[in-house]
Structures are given as structure tokens and as C-alpha cells.
Ligand binder design. Sequence first.
Ligand SMILES: Cc1cc2nc3c(=O)[nH]c(=O)nc-3n(C[C@H](O)[C@H](O)[C@H](O)COP(=O)(O)OP(=O)(O)OC[C@H]3O[C@@H](n4cnc5c(N)ncnc54)[C@H](O)[C@@H]3O)c2cc1C
Length: 365
Amino acid sequence: MRLPGPLIVGGGPAGAAAAIVLARAGVRPTVLERHAVPHDALCGGFLSWSTASRLQHLGIDLATLGAHPVERVRLLAGNRQTEARLPQRCWSLSRRVLDARLLARAEEEGAEVWRGAKVARLVAGGAELAGGAAIEAEATILATGKHDLRGAGRPAMSTDPAVGLRWRLAGTAALQAMVGGAVELHLFAGGYAGLALQEDGSANLCMAVRRSVLASAGGDPVRLLERLAARHSALADRIAVAGSDPGLAQAVANVPYGWIAKHPAQGELRVGDQSAVIPSLAGEGIAIALASGTAAGLAIRDGIDAARFQKRLARRAQFPVRVAGAIARVGANPLGAAAIIEAVGLMPALSGLAARMSRMGEPAA
Ligand SMILES: Cc1cc2nc3c(=O)[nH]c(=O)nc-3n(C[C@H](O)[C@H](O)[C@H](O)COP(=O)(O)OP(=O)(O)OC[C@H]3O[C@@H](n4cnc5c(N)ncnc54)[C@H](O)[C@@H]3O)c2cc1C
């Protein structure tokens, strides 16, 4: 089957942003999204003021969606903790709500969205669906995020790669009072856990941890959480006041933090996590997803070829990915975590500086 416009594989933030931009340019894209109904993604759901502004340009208003306002960042490790005001208001929103709204927005702008359509692999000039059907298109955007397609995989970046884990903590008044309007970053050896309240009063607990640390808990995420809580009292306090035992919601193996695509595999434009994977302790993957999706839409509109697009995007992503990587390495070491807490305690503006340096800027004119 031949599509009337570009093909976008994956309907997360990157794919939806590309679809909105293309539809607005009068180029009718088709998004193939493997999930048939709105779903949650493994993500902290933290959205900075600059991401809120990108979303605003795409026609999404976070306050209207009921996103939880976040004004402060709280850093915790062992029995140390400090907090600082963020430079501007940020937000926390479940990915179920954000992604559903972005895809709906793309449809409102004129994009076609096929839900429940899983792509098996890219081929020259298009893609092959999981059932074997061939889809042809004049251009293809790869936006499958954390999931690699056969033949277009991202390399492992480490012999001990990060594993992503997510739990949902049922909201109680005590938990809401404890976390309040802060995003919490609980630092521990080999990883971190991010915690923030979301639009429905529940809390999203998201963790990136070295595979070896998870293996030391027998590969069992719930046992790992119990072990961490035994050593980090603030984390234990939050779990204790949650409305139910946190059952594991999601896990993703081998997150290739630090990877940046330098060129396409099959002539596609790679966006979001398929273009650059920023360490999530200090970086904001959704910001890169929206910026790269937007850039890919504009590149197709302007007739820029995939190789040139990818090179330009790689240049834009390099500095923020490096800065976020350096912060993550320091934070994953107990002495480094203590030093970060000390430094932010003495100079709260450091957290805002780190946030600014780990965000992707606008393209050079
Ligand atoms: C532990 C952790 C915490 C994080 N916390 C944050 C945070 O707080 N804030 C932040 O900004 N970023 C955070 N990130 C990063 C963020 O989750 C990603 O960068 C972001 O989701 C990337 O968006 P995307 O659109 O590229 O991919 P995704 O969000 O992964 O979306 C990809 C879409 O493609 C679909 N898809 C996949 N395969 C196929 C297929 N074969 N066929 C059709 N459709 C397919 C999926 O169903 C999905 O809808 C975190 C990451 C981790 C690991």
C-alpha cells in the first residue's frame, strides 16, 4: 500500500510532534502506533518550562490537562537532602494523558493515525507491518522510542547498561504532603529514582539503575526497591505512606544512555530516543523528542535529505547529552551524590544552571 504522505513509525511525543508539524504544513502524514488504546510509558513524566513552551507551540496546554505544577527540585541520598527552587514553573503529567493528547492533536491538524499497527522493520522506501503487509511512503520517520526495530537497533553503550523501572504509588494525603510541588531525585550507588505527583494525585516513581545493581537483588525489581528503602529512609517513608504496595508497572532493559544517531540506517529520519538518548537524571528526553520530531517535520517540508537532517540533529544533541551524562555519572557515585547535595545546598542556582545546560537549544538559523 502506498501512503499519500510521509510515514511516521511510533506515536509517542517524537512521532506526534512530527505529525503535527507535517499536517500543519499541508503534508498529510500517517502515524503507525502499535498500541490500540492510550498507554503509559516508562518515564518520570517531568516536563520543564521549556518543554511546556514547546508543547504550547504544538497546541497542548499542560494546565488544561490538569498537570501537577512542580516548583522545586529535592535531592536526597542516604540521610542527606536539600532542595532548590526551579528557575520557572515545571510540570508532572502521566504519559498516558500526554501521549493521548498529542496524538489527538495530530489528528485534529489533519494527520492520519493508525492505532494497533505494529511495524516489524523498515525497508527501502517504507516499512513492513508485523502481519507482513508492505507500506510505501515518500519519506519515513522512525519514532519507536525505547523499542528498536529489527535491522535499525541502537548499540549497547556499556557492558553494564541502565535498566528503567517504573512504579505507581497510590496517592494519600500523607504522600501528597511529603512530595508536594517538588520533583524528587533519590540518588544511590549505580542509579537514581525520580518521584513526583501526577494529575490524579498518585505518584510516579521511576528508576534508572545499572543492570548489575538489579542483578544483586536477584533481578527482582520489588526486592531492589525494598533494599534501597532499607538504606534510604526518605524513600522508605514515601513508600510507607503510599495507598498501596507499589507493584512494578513497567521495565525496560538496556537503555543506551548517551547514544546519538549520526546517520540513518535505511534512509529514514530518526527522532526522539531513536535519535539521541539523554541520561534522564538531569536530561529531558521528551524535550529532545519534541524538538527532533518538529525538526524532522520541517526537514521533510523543506526537502532536506535524511543524512543532512541526522547530522544537524546530532550536532544539536551532543552538548546536552554530554552534560547530562556527566551529572549522571557523578550522581551515581555516593561521594559524588553527597557533593551534589552539598553544592546545591550552598548554591541553589546550580540546579537551574544544570537544567539549562542539559536542554537542547533551537537550531542555528
Ligand atoms: C527511567 C527513565 C525516566 C525518564 N524520565 C523522564 C522525565 O521525567 N522527563 C522526560 O522528559 N523524559 C524522561 N525520560 C525519557 C523519555 O521517556 C523518552 O526520552 C521519551 O519517551 C522519548 O519519546 P519518543 O517519542 O522518542 O519515544 P517513546 O515515548 O518510547 O514512544 C515511542 C512510541 O512508539 C510506539 N512503538 C514502538 N515500537 C513500535 C512499532 N514497532 N510499531 C509501531 N509503534 C511502535 C510505542 O508504543 C510508543 O508509543 C525517562 C527515561 C527513563 C528511562
